[in-house]
Design a protein around this ligand. Structure first.
Ligand code: G1P
Length: 292
């Protein structure tokens, strides 16, 4: 049975960040800033705004700075308060007060499926969300909350989808199926990073999922797939047979913050939403465009 409230979110953050080397040689990519906040804060914000109580961060050796980030630093807070910077002092600690953040380490980097499997005992026997840190959404209703609403309505696991150029489909999980509502696909096939010929559609899975614990049972015995890794997408292909799977086209902007161009675009997008930066950033961009 797949019912129950989504109270926990799994945030895989054990990747090596190779697309951002050398920047990510000693700084986890999840801590690279989008304007003034590390990307992982955008994710944790979405978790909180989606009504979820606990974030489970899947980390690995060498990435403890992520957890340090969420630990209270009383000395720094006091220093800021003495300087009259009360708002900044409050923000330093905001997220860990709003949400319970726990962590588990993935000791062997065997892929996204294995990372999610690492969270099984912390998730327990209830539905849960998965948020990939490379995908940053800006939407009036948080992307994860949109998925939760679909999950609650149809009582089926659901993944976020986006239409991409066919030539880009090999960078994503790809889902094919039949539309049951304008924005909702009943998925009948899903395949990790297919070639253009193999792809059942140009509907790409973008990093948000609401899943059921059945996926842990599937992942337990799942053989490695694409790239020799345990693929979450392969587990979802099996989930179709057991519980069904929906695809939901999220309403909002999505940035691939794990890609250099996407990261720059996210910084510009959120920079333009920042009242203190907006006017000067626009002027700068206009000048840059003129002289490029
Ligand atoms: C992962 C998933 C893939 C999904 C993508 C979304 O791939 O394996 O199915 O489409 O995230 O960003 P990655 O980009 O980590 O290689």
């Amino acid at each position: 049975m797949v019912s129950g409230k989504v109270k926990k979110a799994v945030i895989p953050a054990a990747g090596l960040g190779t697309r951002f080397l050398p920047a990510t040689k000693s700084v986890p990519k999840e801590l690279l800033p989008i304007v003034d906040r590390p990307t992982i804060e955008h994710i944790v914000d979405e978790v909180h705004q989606s009504g979820i109580e606990t974030a489970i961060i899947i980390s690995r050796r060498g990435k403890s700075a992520i957890l340090d980030h969420f630990e209270r630093d009383v000395d720094l807070e006091n220093k800021l308060k003495k300087e009259g910077k009360f708002e900044l002092a409050r923000r330093l600690n905001e997220q860990s007060e709003l949400i319970t953040i726990v962590s588990v380490r993935q000791s062997v980097p065997l892929g996204l499926g294995q990372a999610v499997y690492t969270a099984r005992s912390l998730v327990g026997d209830e539905p849960f969300a998965v948020l990939l840190g490379d995908d940053i959404f800006d939407s009036s209703l948080p992307a994860t909350l949109q998925l939760i609403q679909v999950f609650e309505k149809f009582q089926k696991p659901v993944v976020a989808l986006m239409t991409v150029e066919s030539s880009d489909i090999s960078k994503f999980g790809c889902a094919g199926g039949e539309f049951i509502e304008e924005n909702i696909l009943e998925i009948n096939s899903i395949i990790e990073k297919p070639s253009v010929e193999e792809a059942p559609s140009n509907f790409a899975v973008v990093g948000r999922y609401v899943l059921t614990p059945t996926v842990f049972e599937i992942l337990k015995d799942l053989p490695p797939g694409k790239g020799g890794e345990i693929q979450l997408t392969d587990a979802l292909a099996k989930l179709i047979e057991q519980e069904g799977l929906l695809g939901y086209f999220v309403d909002g902007y999505r940035f691939d913050a794990g890609d250099q161009l996407g990261f720059l675009m996210a910084n510009i997008h959120f920079g333009l939403k920042n009242e203190k930066l907006k006017d000067r950033l626009i002027a700068f961009l206009k000048d840059e465009i003129k002289s490029s």
